[in-house]
Ligand binder design. Sequence first.
Ligand SMILES: Nc1ncnc2c1ncn2[C@@H]1O[C@H](COP(=O)(O)OP(=O)(O)OP(=O)(O)O)[C@@H](O)[C@H]1O
Length: 240
Amino acid sequence: MNNAGLTVRALTVERSGFPIIRSLDLDVPLGRVTSLLGANGAGKTTLMEALAGLIPVSAGSVELDGTRIEKLGRARRVGAGLALVEQGRTVFGDLTVLENLTLGKDRSAWGRALAVFPELDQRKHVHARFLSGGEQQMVVLARAILADPQVLLIDEMSLGLAPVIIQRLMPLVRTLADAGMGVLLVEQFATQALAVSDHAVVLTRGEVAFRGAAQDLLDDSDRLRLAYLGESQTQNGTAA
Ligand SMILES: Nc1ncnc2c1ncn2[C@@H]1O[C@H](COP(=O)(O)OP(=O)(O)OP(=O)(O)O)[C@@H](O)[C@H]1O
């Protein structure tokens, strides 16, 4: 029995018949933030979508709290304790903040959302389409947190947001992990992501090119640059 959060083994995911994720092993332990880095096209979003059940896996296993989930649909994975904050904000623009966060939920949801984002209280009757990008992202994050996941997958939540908002959101990710959640974080602002992360995994063309302590990657500017540029970690440094 494995209670270590999300355990991914030998996962292969194809798009249009071409393997994008190739025999990948990954652990997302509870109580830890794991940053997933890699150049554009490395396969980060493909991996997140496959873990969340938006696209099928071709081979391998995904276990959550010791239970195989790779064949479950998205809703059942949420029910099992796995939530995804998708790339690109998706609030219901015609609904108020309050409605966005309480639709289909019990009345305690609003209080729980406010505990995480108290600043939403003064915006609760505002239609979500009138919120700033940062406020919309808070609503999206709050919705995911209300599902009470064991493991939360966050794909590029800072896309298009001002640095000041990112500075507000990143420590929150740490707080969620400190409260026991496992977090897998894909983030273009790698140094800010690594600063709140325990572990780091770098993907290159669908395979793990580095895994280790987030601090080790922060301290190794050459390796960090390679993670951005998508060059392979071969001994002669040949570009991928
Ligand atoms: N629907 C699709 N059909 C076919 N190929 C796709 C599809 N979506 C993505 N790909 C390809 O899969 C590869 C990985 O893309 P993916 O979006 O997962 O990478 P990423 O690491 O998230 O990149 P980015 O940082 O740009 O979002 C790319 O080569 C991309 O062109």
